[in-house]
Structure formats: C-alpha cells, structure tokens
Design a protein around this ligand. Structure first.
Ligand code: S3P
Length: 162
C-alpha cells in the first residue's frame, strides 16, 4: 500500500486521487471510511463521542483498509499519533506530504469546519505542525515538499520517489 500522511492542508485527498489515477489503482480515505461506518460526519463524532472515540474508529479504519485494500490510502492528519496505527504502517510505502504553515492555512481555509481547527485556524495549525512534524518524519519512508506546488507537481514527485 502507498499511504499518504501529513497534516490537514497537505493535500492528501487531492494527491491521493491523482496518484491512484496515474498508477491505475484505487484510493481509500480513512476519514470517509469512518464517516461511512458511523453514518455521521467526523465533526459530529468529535462533538458527541469525543476525540478518543474518533481515534479508536480511525485505528480500526486503518487496519481494515490495510487488510482489504491495495492501492493508495489517505489517512487523517492525526492517525499516526496512535502507536498501534504506526505499527500497522510498518512495511508499507508511507509518504509524508510536508507543508508549511502559510500553505496549510491557505489550503484549509480560514473558515474550516474541521473540529480541531475551531477558533483561530492559523494558531491551531501551527500547534499541530509543531507537535506532529517529528512524528510524520519518523513514520515516513518518503518525504515530499508541497509548498508552492500544484497537486499534479506533488503527485509527479511522489511517483518519482516510489
Ligand atoms: C484530523 C484530521 C482530519 C480528520 C479529523 C482529525 C487531525 O483529516 O481526520 O478532523 O487530527 O489532524 P484530514 O487530515 O484529512 O483533514
């Protein structure tokens, strides 16, 4: 499996779709899998059940996708914070789509409805980047910089790096 990791605003969903198309495989997305399994949006899962419950669902979605799918898998920005998820990813091609603060804010948009960005989007993203970048780097087998690059350019670089 080619697994795309990185923070919100890295372009995982867009690049995942382009990458799958180019490689002639299909793409799965754990955010979509969790929402489909639960029948409710992630924002509602966070509000009603809390982040820990979401992380449990996300871990299950990663495990199921790795066991049943072959191709490209895009995982939610916080998935690799879970140690079990990190273990599950061992042995796969794990691509970290790296993004700096200003490009991440631009891509996510200041009015993002994502639960972890409520309040000041820029300062929330900065805190997430500071906390998580070392984790993404430690899990990744490939790192691709996305700042100032189009999804097509990023995809081409991922293909070249694999
Ligand atoms: C999260 C990222 C989101 C989604 C949830 C939590 C995070 O996915 O899983 O809102 O902790 O960074 P994307 O990275 O696909 O936006």
């Amino acid at each position: 499996m080619i697994v795309l990791i990185g923070p919100m605003g890295a372009g995982k969903t867009t690049v995942g779709a382009l990458l799958a198309e180019q490689l002639g495989v299909t793409v799965r997305d754990t955010d979509q899998d969790v929402e489909a399994a639960e029948g409710r949006p992630i924002s509602e899962i966070f509000v009603d059940s809390g982040e820990d419950a979401f992380r449990d669902l996300e871990r299950e979605a990663v495990a199921t996708a790795l066991a049943t799918h072959d191709g490209v898998l895009s995982v939610g920005g916080g998935a690799v914070l879970d140690p079990t998820t990190r273990e599950l990813l061992a042995g796969h091609d794990v691509v970290f789509l790296r993004v700096g603060l200003s490009d991440a804010v631009k891509r996510v948009g200041l009015g993002s409805a994502r639960p972890l960005l409520l309040g000041n989007v820029r300062s929330r993203i900065k805190a997430l980047l500071d906390e998580r970048t070392p984790v993404y780097e430690s899990v990744a087998t490939v790192v691709v910089d996305t700042d100032g690059r189009s999804p097509a350019e990023v995809t081409a670089e991922v293909v070249a790096a694999l």
